[in-house]
Design a protein. Structure first.
Length: 149
């Protein structure tokens, strides 16, 4: 594991392109799954589906990305024509590539995960109001420090 487990996400709105850059991936195994949500309902649905295969096939989210962990421990994705508005990010490192966030017998995540606004919760997931960010008219850098199991 690297000592720095951080994902840096930058969004650009309007006719410009937005891009997400992922750096400091904890290991070279697995896939980084990232969802972008524009309302409370889809955000909560993603949390409910995070430990099922439904997280991958949830069509109600605004956008989704799957980035392969690699030897460089960094990757990027491009978002185009992102409208100004409220968005929240959920991401996790699916180290064993089973398409879901593994949890232990107590329901606590067993894989690294994080939320926009760097929300860190001891028990339970972030609330939408805590994770939501305003994307207005220019680049916005979002730093997400992963909660590690």
């Amino acid at each position: 594991m690297l000592p720095i487990e951080q994902y840096i996400i930058v969004f650009t709105v309007g006719k410009m392109r937005g891009w997400s850059r992922v750096e400091g991936i904890p290991s070279t195994r697995g896939t980084i799954l990232l969802g972008l949500y524009d309302n409370l309902e889809t955000f909560m649905r993603a949390i409910e589906l995070s430990d099922t295969d439904g997280f991958l096939s949830d069509l109600s989210r605004f956008a989704a990305m799957a980035l392969r962990a690699n030897a460089a421990r960094k990757s990027a994705v491009v978002l185009t024509n992102l409208d100004p508005g409220q968005y929240a990010v959920i991401l996790f490192h699916d180290e064993n590539e089973n398409g879901r966030l593994d949890k232990n017998v107590l329901g606590v995540p067993a894989e690294p995960y994080g939320f926009s606004n760097n929300v860190q919760r001891f028990l339970g997931p972030a609330a939408f109001r805590e994770a939501v960010m305003q994307i207005i008219a220019s680049d916005k850098a979002v730093r997400i420090v992963l909660n590690l199991p």
